[in-house]
Design a protein around this ligand. Structure first.
Ligand code: SF4
Length: 364
């Protein structure tokens, strides 16, 4: 195989699992379909990235028309710097087959500062590695880099009036942390380059790393031997215990050895599977139901949270209710159904609550 290019996202994937990196580069057709949830995460990331550019207004965007034209972006970034542009969005660089985009690159007193924007509320080790790779590439490309920061969402911000992006975002220097990785980054890049020259898919057992820090795109391929209901589905069992069972060769819940330390509820789950039975606490259910009135409402509701708060009094990612359905049951019979769906352009909280109170008043 050939190295082709290693992007920043390839690098992060490789740190999670080398097999995933290899599959991504040479067998991308084996990847799972992108879920709506993942698409949504990308979309939010893009929106947040664009908004954060306003923290450094007046820059020039160097992102490519499409990602098959990255070389053009690399040349364009170079020409922008040569022409004295001091704020560049999506600045592109390449050093020895390693490519990266810098979300916001700012020149201050003849030295450059990297800003990596994240739609998260905290800084993780993955983000540090992400910025450390950019720092490595830019310095190898001959830039003097004196600053590197992660720009992330501050979830203590509460919107009041116009959106205040200086309060919505927190800028945290990670320069010291990434400098500590100056040996690690080239070492890992060499490992990945060697890996990508291999002819065969590297062997790698499944494990905790398949979901951390991100859910891997190749789970259908690597996990096909795992049954839909396996030891990995034992409720609230520590990940370490689950993987110890799996690595010891126990795949099915019914095969969990007796000496495994389980909580009483986990023991019930395993025993029910072994005996192929179901367990109902009929007496407890009866006692609970007897305490209810004969006129009850069943409420089901949905909320949404957004990184960029849309309404006053709301924090980033705060859950806002926008839809409900309500069933009224009298003497065990569903007698009425109510529902509410907010207007997507308006703050749904007050209409939601007013509608709910109105319908609950129908209680006899
Ligand atoms: S599913 Fe797990 S083992 Fe397979 S490539 Fe992804 S992270 Fe690696």
């Amino acid at each position: 195989m050939s190295i082709k290019h290693i992007s920043k996202s390839n690098f992060i994937t490789g740190l999670q699992c080398e097999k995933a990196l290899y599959l991504k580069k040479f067998h991308s057709q084996l990847a799972d379909e992108i879920t709506l949830n993942k698409k949504n995460i990308f979309e939010v990331g893009t929106q947040v990235g664009l908004l954060a550019q306003d923290l450094f207004p007046g820059g020039v965007d160097s992102s490519p028309e499409d990602y098959s034209k990255i070389s053009e972006s690399i040349d364009y970034t170079k020409s922008l710097m040569q022409n004295g542009i001091e704020i560049i969005y999506e600045a592109a660089f390449e050093y020895e087959h390693v490519r990266c985009f810098v979300d916001i690159l700012v020149k201050k007193e003849n030295e450059w500062h990297i800003y990596e924007v994240k739609s998260s509320t905290h800084i993780s080790e993955t983000y540090i590695n992400d910025v450390a790779l950019q720092y490595f590439v830019l310095r190898k490309c001959g830039l003097k880099v004196s600053g590197a920061s992660v720009v992330h969402i501050d979830n203590s911000y509460v919107k009041s009036g116009d959106l205040e992006i200086n309060k919505l975002f927190k800028i945290v220097s990670v320069l010291k942390k990434i400098q500590e990785k100056s040996d690690f980054i080239p070492l890992k890049l060499n490992d990945f380059k060697a890996l990508l020259l291999e002819d065969n898919i590297p062997s790698m057992e499944i494990g905790k790393h398949c979901n951390k820090p991100y859910e891997c795109d190749f789970k259908s391929y690597c996990w096909k031997h795992v049954p839909e209901y396996s030891v990995l589905n034992i409720s609230r069992l520590k990940a370490e215990t689950k993987w110890n069972l799996y690595n010891a060769g126990y795949l099915y819940v019914k095969d969990v050895p007796l000496e495994t330390k389980l909580s009483s509820n986990q023991r019930i789950q395993v025993d029910c599977e072994i005996n192929q039975t179901e367990l109902f606490h009929k007496q407890k259910i009866r006692e609970f139901l007897e305490n209810l009135s004969n006129n009850v409402f069943h409420l089901d509701f949905e909320t949404f949270g957004s990184a960029i708060p849309k309404f006053d009094g709301v924090k980033p990612f705060q859950h806002i209710p926008f839809q409900y359905s309500l069933h009224q049951e009298i003497n065990g019979q569903i007698v009425k159904h109510y529902e509410f769906l907010a207007d997507s352009n308006k703050d749904p909280r007050e209409p939601f609550v007013k509608s709910l109170i109105k319908n609950l008043k129908n209680r006899r």
